[in-house]
Design a protein around this ligand. Structure first.
Ligand code: ZN
Length: 321
């Protein structure tokens, strides 16, 4: 049995049009991602987004810049986002049947599918498209092309207010070790917070309360100070976290929320801290990390990061640059 694949008509048309455009303009292969969500009954594709940066791009092959995929993947809450990829075979004029899944395509799909069982691979010639899914081997599936498809009917929103404070000394030799060390400490803190007391889910509102992660931070900011043998750190994170799940997967809420909290803290650290602050020897600094929230946009909910108004890193004892 193959998985059920539902495709929003707009997403389907968009990817075919993109492939067609690139074939006409540059006569090369086009790549893009399929966005949606996995549910017990199958995969739903609600949007498609074209790659804009390529590592290589020719008529018979292309490779997208992995940084672009990472940026897309991390801009959605954990359970929605990339569910597959598409690419084009822009040689419809050369062969009877340009849509096929090549050996290279098989390899690409298999490495992706190891992450998600129903990861999709769409091949298009710029006019039609075929959908493949790996589930114990590559299978072509006939997608249902649906009008007016929305996640709102199929996914439930769960939220959690997180207030987390981390104070201590990190044994790091230089600033470039800061984020890695903080990620490990944050993971430990979240673990401890979840163990401290049972989380409570309010079924009606979808609000999840985690007592161990409530109330220690008043803002979202970091302070770093030079200390013997490392860096003194005071990290405060106050943020609202949201995840989306099919009602049938409600039992997973806590596990998914835990991962999402970790994701959001890491996101805030990576986006809120100036890259310049993360190089060189350990210095005294203070930074506001900005804010992150999930917007209920169409066709999918998306994370919106707002940099802090005064995000300037203050280095005591050195002139601001
Ligand atoms: Zn191919």
């Amino acid at each position: 049995m193959s998985a059920r694949v539902a495709f929003a008509r707009t997403a389907y048309r968009q990817l075919v049009a993109h492939a067609n455009q690139v074939a006409r303009d540059r006569r090369t292969e086009a790549i893009g991602w399929l966005l949606g969500y996995f549910a017990p009954e199958g995969v739903t594709v609600l949007d498609s987004v074209a790659a804009t940066r390529y590592k290589s791009q020719s008529r018979y092959g292309a490779e997208a810049d992995p940084r672009e995929e990472l940026a897309i993947a991390t801009s959605y809450p954990r359970t929605v986002g990339i569910v597959g990829l598409y690419h084009s075979h822009p040689f419809r004029d050369e062969t009877q049947h340009a849509i096929f899944h090549s050996h290279t395509d098989d390899t690409t799909l298999k490495s992706r599918a190891s992450r998600r069982e129903n990861y999709l691979s769409v091949v298009t010639d710029g006019h039609d498209a075929e959908v493949f899914v790996v589930k114990g081997g590559k299978t072509e599936v006939t997608p249902e092309i649906v009008d007016g498809l929305t996640y709102r009917d199929a996914l439930r929103r769960y939220t959690c207010d997180v207030s987390l404070r981390l104070e201590g000394t990190l044994e790091i030799p230089a600033m470039d070790g800061l984020l890695g060390a903080l990620e490990r400490e944050v993971a430990r803190e979240i673990e401890a917070g979840l163990r401290a007391a049972d989380a409570e889910l309010e079924p009606k509102s979808g609000v999840l309360r985690i007592p161990g992660l409530a109330g220690k931070a008043t803002k979202t900011a970091i302070r770093v100070s030079r200390q013997t043998g490392g860096a003194g750190v005071d990290l405060q994170i106050h943020t609202g976290v949201a995840v989306y799940l099919p009602p049938a997967n409600a039992a997973e809420v806590l596990a998914v929320m835990k991962q999402e909290i970790q994701d959001d803290v890491v996101y805030l650290l990576w986006h809120g801290l100036d890259a310049k602050a993360l190089a060189g020897p350990i210095v005294d600094l203070e930074a506001n990390l900005g804010s992150l929230r999930v917007q209920e946009t169409n066709p999918l909910p998306k994370k919106l990061f707002k940099p802090a108004k005064r995000s300037l890193v203050v280095k005591r004892g050195s002139a601001p640059t």
